[in-house]
Write a protein of this length. Sequence first.
Length: 92
Amino acid sequence: MGRSKHHRLPHDEDTIDASNVYCNIYDIVPSVNSASRLMRSEWGIYHSGVQVHGLEISYGGHPDASTGVFCAKPRSAQGCTFRERLLIGRGE
């Protein structure tokens, strides 16, 4: 089995308490989501990632061999707009 092309990223420098676990939510199509919110609907097209210990873990498809689970700098998913961060718990 080959080695992964992904490398460990530096921890998020603005994390106040690295043991907090967050769900980071992104708008994939901001114009569709904005129109949906105007109609008082919670429906939309979103991407999410779990932020733990200063790193964000997500799942997504890419045009290269890195499709699947990947790690990135928190709140920096490409191709979408960061919307909100929800505290979902604490890690050990």
